[in-house]
Design a protein around this ligand. Structure first.
Ligand SMILES: [Zn+2]
Length: 314
């Protein structure tokens, strides 16, 4: 099935939808909707109240007379839950680990990136977003491992696969539709981001998704895809792991390693500068001491972006 990469509600199967924001830039995430009768489950809210309002209004138009009873937040990143207050009547579910980290991941964490003295190249990633008015609205039901929810007459499975992209990642499987909503375990058509790791868990999460045998896979970002796109992400993660491990043995910095990454093999992937974050995640595992941290890596990311745009990589 080909689902257009355009902003709006797209039908994947009977009473099963993706809400897509047609941009590969940071902060434009996807969401999901599973309906049965008058009940609905929403997978993720969006980064800002404006984005989430736009989504909810598109859902109301596409699926009138449906009531969102459940919200599942796939993980702690703001672009997957900062709109929760707009569906405040619903029961909100996440993994226990994600709910715990959300307490430290409110919109105030954006302030350092938007400050006047912040590197403008870093600020540029977030300047388009208005974070005002957000009241962090946390999950009220949490779980570890697996959980099943009933939406009308349908069963929806939640499977915890973190720590991987973040500490508490959850994927959402809708067996009767052959659909998986993967959150940021998968970003199609671009370099993903490993905030937490280990990278081995990110690879295992891809295997878990493949083992479910779903026809349709909705990534956290990028176009809706299927099995071949999941395999491509898995290949990318294995390549990052191997490349970073060799570069680490050779005593190279994460930025040096990133400049020498085999970008040609993944030439269709947007946001190439993010590879330094993923190499940094492997370095953290190999160092075993938490370095390099995400702060320095973000600065290396904008350095790498400049280099890539100037066409100066190996
Ligand atoms: Zn995201």
């Amino acid at each position: 099935m080909s689902v257009p990469f355009t902003t709006g509600v797209h039908r994947l199967a009977p009473e099963t939808f993706a809400y897509v924001q047609g941009s590969r830039a940071t902060g434009y995430s996807n969401a999901g909707l599973v309906c049965s009768g008058e009940e609905a489950l929403l997978v993720d809210t969006l980064y800002t109240l404006d984005q989430t309002r736009q989504m909810l209004s598109a859902i109301t138009k596409a699926v009138p007379a449906t009531d969102i009873c459940w919200v599942v937040n796939t993980h702690q990143d703001g672009d997957h839950w900062w709109g929760n207050q707009l569906v405040g009547d619903a029961l909100i579910v996440s993994s226990t680990a994600a709910a715990r980290r959300m307490r430290e991941a409110g919109p105030e964490t954006m302030e350092p990136f938007l400050a006047a003295d912040t590197d403008p190249r870093l600020r540029a990633y977030l300047e388009a977003f208005d974070f005002s008015g957000i009241t962090p609205t946390y999950p009220t039901i949490t779980f570890t491992g697996e959980m099943e929810l009933t939406v009308g007459s349908r069963t929806v499975r939640l499977i915890e696969v973190g720590p991987a992209h973040t500490e508490g990642d959850v994927i959402v499987h809708v067996p009767d539709a052959g659909v998986v909503y993967a959150g940021d375990i998968l970003m199609f058509g671009g370099h993903g981001v490993i905030h937490s790791g280990p990278v081995g868990n990110c690879i295992r999460a891809c295997d878990t998704i493949l083992d479910l045998g779903a026809e349709t896979v909705v990534p956290g970002h990028g176009p809706v895809g299927g099995k071949s796109e999941v395999i491509r992400v898995r290949d990318y993660l294995e390549r990052v792991q191997a490349h970073a491990t060799t570069a680490h043995q050779q005593g190279k910095s994460a930025l040096e390693a990133a400049r020498e990454f085999g970008f040609d093999e993944f030439s269709g992937f947007a946001n190439a500068e993010r590879v330094v974050l993923n190499i940094g995640a492997v370095y953290r595992e190999l160092n075993g001491d938490g370095t390099p941290g995400m702060g320095p890596l973000l600065h290396q990311m904008v350095e790498l972006k400049d280099t890539l745009e100037a066409g100066e990589t190996a």
